[in-house]
Design a protein around this ligand. Sequence first.
Ligand code: ZN
Length: 561
Amino acid sequence: MDLCKQSIVAAIIILCGTIVQATAQGVMVLTNARIYTVDQNRSWSEAMAIDSDGVISAVGSQADILKQFGDAVKIDLGGRLILPGFQDAHLHAVEAGISAGFCDMPQFGSEADFSTTLEDCRQTRQENGWIMGAGVNMSGLLESVADPLALIDAAIPDHPAIIIDDIGHGAWANSPALAAAGFDKLTSDPGGGMLIRLDGGDLSGVVLESLSQTLLDIAQPPTESSIALAVGSLAAAMDTLAENGITAVSDAGGYWPRGHQKVWGIAEKKNLLSARASNALYVYPDRPADSQIAELKRRFDDDPENLVRFNQVKIYVDGILTQATGALYQPYEEKLALGDRDRMGFEYFPRKTLFRYARELSAAGFQLHFHATGDRGVGLALDAIAQADPASGPHRITHLYMIAPRDLPRFAELGVVADFQIAPSSVDPEYLDYVADFIGDRANALLPLRSMIETGALTILSSDWDADEISPLIKLQTVLTRRVEAAPDLATAVEMMTINPARLLKHADRTGSIEPGKFADLVVLDRDIFKIAPKEIASAKVVVTLLQGDPVYDPAGLFAR
Ligand SMILES: [Zn+2]
């Protein structure tokens, strides 16, 4: 919300004259528009009225709306398309900004490439002395560098350094960083992660899965300056969301030991938010369950009056397919980049613990947000949800690269929301070839979106930004034009980014479609994407984004007077 709107009521026109929203009559009318309402009947309209609280008061024909609200301030949309604001129910808004400040490493490279970049990274020390980099693929690193720990120690011997991977499931640390976490040659793998070792048993410097979060928690304690940095990062992320027409999100990071919850709270107080947020708190596999459950309960926050809620828990069931850590029903291909571990993949939690978290956290009111990529991981998440309290649902599983045919109908049966991320990167033939190195022919049946829709399960599309593409328009084009398992039509695809995530995020009574009584969370596009070929959709542009009637993105000044 902008500052002037919050602080002033009567004087708003004088002090904040550029915002049309608050008129003497309190109503703003949008005319000459093509409004796709995403209501139950998938109906279209021409005009709408928004009251001074940012609530839609009427939607209808231009003649009717003008007759009813003749005195209101009118904004001519010039025939542009209005949709409900996009809702992105899985992204990493706080981390996106923070990692943007890390030194950039090549995804793949030789020893010499990594050495040179690490030397440069040395110059980018954080205030607390840690050196942070990002972008290296850990499987690739272990293939191209014989002793990653020796390499990073040679380049950065004197300060702790962590290079996080390209996908959020691993990190490359030097000796001071490993020592700060208490990891040495004798350490056995803590819950939820792996210390990758060289042939003789020495540490390689590569840690996988939750151990990268353990290291990041140490590197980024919630000091005043790191919180301030994160708030600034979140504000920048908000700009990106607004530019993309996104008015509601769910942050899937929620690393509470790093102060992420506090960061969101400060951002809301400072009026930096341009989107509603129903966020998740991360459940650590290496923390004792009793105290962690108590801590998470203390942090539960579900006040519908606030823009920000922390009413979900993010629980990782498995890792990722391209690290052979996604949990599979059938083994990985023989040649695994990360050596000879369990060929059925990896589980973050022992079963009993996983199910206990599902039961107790759902009973405490939390919505369960499971990460699962492998088919067995998805099956385990479904098993966990089957034991959870449905009253705090709907619960969901995100990523869903592989789903066994026998597990598909269980989503609808259990009322589980299916949350896919489908971007150009995920349908890229080169990427699919790469995945096939790990799972063979099964790579041809990834991300079974169409099959899921046909089961009748509530299905949504999110981004996983900044790990992947954020633009809803690019994703709409991708899901409609992909070779297999494409969305049946644009209307269905739009629902998966508007009303369906609104249902998941439990604010469908106020958002997700354009109907009287709902908030005017809207996106205006420069053209009608229903009238162009699916392969052209990504060329459409967001012109304006409104959050509760307030223009949070309007570079052309369409709503300015
Ligand atoms: Zn994610």
